[in-house]
Design a protein around this ligand. Structure first.
Ligand SMILES: [Fe+2]
Length: 302
């Protein structure tokens, strides 16, 4: 039986969305969140399976559940340390993140943070190198090294993903295990309208890259839970320090994000003059428009 949902965008309804880190879930216990304005419950059952369902008013978070009790199950899967669900009919195929499965990496759940902006605003900020010397001064950038050098961006894989390559930026402390400043190489991937992955030079192995992902959960059109994953080649620092560094960086972004207006991402032509560092965001916005996404954005024709 279908039922009315507050989100009317079939593109957003049919996506997989992250709702929580599996490692945080006590087995057999109900957790609750909001997804696309709908109350959604989720959890890991005592046999280790992941489950999501439409919330039932009298079943409170923290109480016990078993899969047999679930009246209105939703699709559920575990990917990259997170539980993902959908309010529609998601594709069986999921984007790839091969680094997550490499045995010598630290995969760190780096936090799930509420931020008062739309998911695409959070993704677009994540893709922008131009803000490093100003917002993350002393960490990811520093003046006068403010130039964003020429790089490539394209839509690949039959339109499934935006990829930016050949990105370089000078960073005074690009990673916890970096020894002083270095010219960092970057690759950005956007394999999902509300998710992005950045790859950056590994200070300990120049042939490989660290991966940092942001998986955004659209709570509603202007409220997001940003779930972060680090997949790092780091032989010095424990997970707690890696997580603390990432939270520090995100804490610098959060007030900037929350002050951006409008909170939904405009997909039509804007009065802003495109500069080189905007090339990825222009491609990202066009890609969202081409797929017909209307939730969390201001469509070009509105
Ligand atoms: Fe940032």
């Amino acid at each position: 039986m279908s039922r009315a949902t507050k989100c009317a965008d079939p593109v957003a309804l049919d996506l997989w969305h992250p709702v929580g880190a599996v490692v945080e879930l006590a087995p057999g216990t109900v957790n609750e969140t909001h997804l696309l304005e709908e109350p959604v419950s989720y959890g890991v059952s005592n046999d280790g399976g992941v489950h999501a369902w439409r919330s039932v008013p009298h079943v409170r978070p923290g109480t016990a559940f078993s899969p047999a009790d679930i009246a209105e199950p939703l699709p559920a899967t575990s990917r990259f340390g997170y539980l993902w669900t959908s309010l529609g009919s998601p594709e069986a195929e999921f984007f790839e993140l091969p680094e997550f499965h490499e045995p010598d990496r630290h995969n760190v759940w780096a936090g799930s943070i509420g931020v008062h902006t739309s998911a695409p605003r959070a993704v677009e900020n994540f893709l922008d190198m131009g803000h490093f010397p100003y917002v993350h001064s002393g960490y990811l950038g520093i003046e006068p090294h403010t130039e964003v050098k020429e790089y490539d961006v394209e839509v690949v894989d039959g339109g499934r993903e935006v990829v930016a390559t050949e990105c370089e930026f000078f960073q005074p402390l690009g990673a916890l295990n970096a020894d002083g400043g270095m010219l960092m190489g970057y690759v950005y991937r956007v394999p999902h309208p509300y998710c992005a992955i950045l790859y950056k030079s590994s200070p300990i192995d120049e042939s490989r890259m660290d991966a940092i992902a942001i998986f955004c959960q659209p709570v509603n059109e202007v409220t997001t839970r940003a779930h972060m994953l680090l997949s790092m080649l780091d032989d010095e620092n424990d997970d707690r320090l890696l997580k603390r560094f990432q939270l520090l960086i995100f804490a610098q972004d959060k007030p900037i994000l929350e002050n951006q207006q409008p909170k939904r991402l405009p997909l039509g032509p804007t009065v802003e003059t495109p500069v080189r560092s905007d090339k990825t965001s222009i491609t990202y916005r066009r890609w969202l428009a081409d797929m017909g996404l209307t939730y969390c954005v201001i469509p070009a024709d509105s």
